[in-house]
Design a binder for this molecule. Structure first.
Ligand SMILES: [Zn+2]
Ligand SMILES: [Zn+2]
Length: 169
């Protein structure tokens, strides 16, 4: 979805977006991703577009420890200044006032909302997703899911001298 800068009225433009994530280059990052719901406010700037808003979606990924499927809600807010390529840091004053914001470039005076949402979803995707914070993962020897209980090799490897200690824990 593209928004022309000239389409943005002086008072700004509010958009409700529901994006089907049929994005290239992200295959394999998740098993599935729900449609991305977003509320955007766009303002026309002298040299670009100021985009702020929020998004939310749910990614189904594999737990990085036990490989079970886990649904991870993703949501965040963003404020991004889009400028024409090459305009970004020309104005020192603008650079200072936008120090708190992200800066990106647009092409032909158009904002690519699809790209904006894709980048924000990717930024919020956990690098090592967990099904739960104390996931025990898989046994490195037999591959059993240790969330479902201890496996046999663990019992065998126990040092009998440590047994009294383990009973205390
Ligand atoms: Zn897990
Ligand atoms: Zn095992």
């Amino acid at each position: 979805m593209l928004v022309e800068r000239s389409q943005i009225p002086p008072e700004g433009l509010d958009l409700e977006v529901c994006e089907e994530p049929r994005w290239e280059g992200v295959e394999g990052l998740w098993l599935s991703l729900a449609p991305v719901q977003a509320a955007l406010h766009l303002e026309r700037e002298v040299n670009g577009i100021l985009a702020s808003g929020t998004f939310s979606t749910t990614a189904v990924v594999l737990c990085s420890r036990c490989s079970e499927q886990v649904s991870i809600p993703l949501s965040d807010s963003f404020t991004i200044v889009y400028t024409e390529a090459g305009e970004a840091f020309r104005d020192e004053e603008a650079e200072l006032s936008t120090a708190e914001m992200d800066i990106d470039t647009m092409q032909d005076d158009r904002l690519d909302v699809t790209k904006l949402l894709r980048e924000n979803v990717l930024l919020n995707l956990p690098l090592q997703p967990l099904c739960r914070s104390d996931c025990r993962g898989l046994c490195p020897h037999c591959g059993a899911n240790l969330n479902e209980g201890p496996c046999r090799c663990r019992v065998q490897e126990s040092d009998p001298r440590l047994l009294p200690l383990q009973q205390l824990l």
